[in-house]
Design a protein. Structure first.
Length: 256
C-alpha cells in the first residue's frame, strides 16, 4: 500500500489552488486568508485585467460562474466587477465577498507571510491588454515582501518572456496541458527563461517525471485532489502539487 512514510516532506510543496477553495469561495480574500489558518504556506491564483486596466484575481474569462452577475472580465470596469457578490454562491456566511484586486491580495500576502504562484491568464484578448497586464503586474510585484517566495506561471510562452524581461530575477514556470509535453517542451521552457515545469497530472508517467527531473527542472503538478496520487507523484520525484485539498495533507507537507 502506497503511503507517505518514505517521502521527505521538507522538500515538497503544497500549493492551495485558488486559495482554500474547498473551505471558502475560490480566489477571494476569505479563501486566501484560510491558507494561513490551515497551516499552508503556498497559494496559487490567477490574474486578469478589467476593461479599464485594473488587475484582478479571477480564473475564468467571465464572472458568471463565481458571482451573482455576468459578463466577460475584459468588458467590465473595476466598479462593475467589485459590485458583484463572489461569495454567496458558496455559502451564506461568505455573502459580500468580492473579486479582489491584485493590490488587495498582495496586502494579504504580506500580512499573512505567504508564498504565491501567480498565473497569467492566456486569454486576455490581444497583445495590448497582455502587455498592460504584464507591465502593471511587474510593477505591483515589487510590493511583495522579500520574505515571500514568488513563482509566475502561464500557458502563454510569449507572456512569460515579456514578464521575464521586466523581472528577470523572478522564477517563472511554463504550464503544459496533457497533450502539450511533446518533443519541444524543453525549447519552450528555455525560451521563457523558466527552470520550472507545471504539467497536467492527467497522463503523467513516472518515466516522464524522470526525464523532466534529469533535465534539471523543478516539477509542480496540477491539479492533484487525491492524497494517494500526490504521494505517488512525490515518490516519483515531483517537487510540488497544486491541490484543492491542501488542508487534508499532513502538517509536515503543509508547513513547507
Amino acid at each position: 500500500m502506497l503511503n507517505n512514510n518514505n517521502i521527505d516532506a521538507t522538500t515538497k510543496r503544497i500549493f492551495a489552488h485558488r486559495g482554500m477553495s474547498q473551505l471558502a469561495p475560490e480566489n477571494t480574500l476569505a479563501a486566501f486568508h484560510k491558507v494561513k489558518e490551515s497551516g499552508v504556506h503556498w497559494l496559487e491564483t490567477d490574474l486578469d485585467l478589467t476593461a479599464d486596466g485594473h488587475i484582478v484575481i479571477l480564473h475564468d474569462e467571465s464572472i458568471d460562474r463565481t458571482t451573482d452577475k455576468k459578463g466577460a472580465i475584459h468588458e467590465l470596469t473595476l466598479v462593475e466587477v467589485e459590485s458583484a457578490d463572489a461569495g454567496s454562491w458558496f455559502g451564506p456566511e461568505f455573502t459580500g465577498q468580492r473579486i479582489p484586486t491584485l493590490t488587495q491580495l498582495i496586502d494579504l500576502i504580506n500580512a499573512d507571510g505567504l508564498n504565491v504562484n501567480f498565473e497569467l491568464k492566456p486569454y486576455l484578448g490581444g497583445d495590448e491588454r497582455a502587455a498592460k497586464l504584464i507591465d502593471g503586474f511587474a510593477a505591483e510585484l515589487k510590493r511583495v515582501s522579500p520574505t515571500s517566495q514568488v513563482i509566475v506561471s502561464s500557458f502563454n510562452a510569449s507572456m512569460l518572456k515579456q514578464f521575464k524581461a521586466l523581472s528577470p530575477e523572478t522564477p517563472t514556470a511554463i504550464l503544459f496541458k496533457r497533450n502539450q509535453l511533446n518533443e519541444n517542451w524543453a525549447a519552450v521552457a528555455d525560451a521563457t527563461g523558466s527552470k520550472i515545469i507545471h504539467p497536467d497530472v492527467r497522463g503523467l508517467t513516472q518515466e516522464r517525471v524522470r526525464k523532466l527531473k534529469q533535465a534539471g527542472y523543478q516539477l509542480n503538478v496540477w491539479t492533484v485532489n487525491n492524497l494517494r496520487t500526490a504521494y505517488q507523484l512525490f515518490n516519483w520525484g515531483v517537487d510540488g502539487v497544486f491541490t484543492d485539498i491542501s488542508h487534508r495533507f499532513p502538517e509536515a507537507f503543509r508547513a513547507q
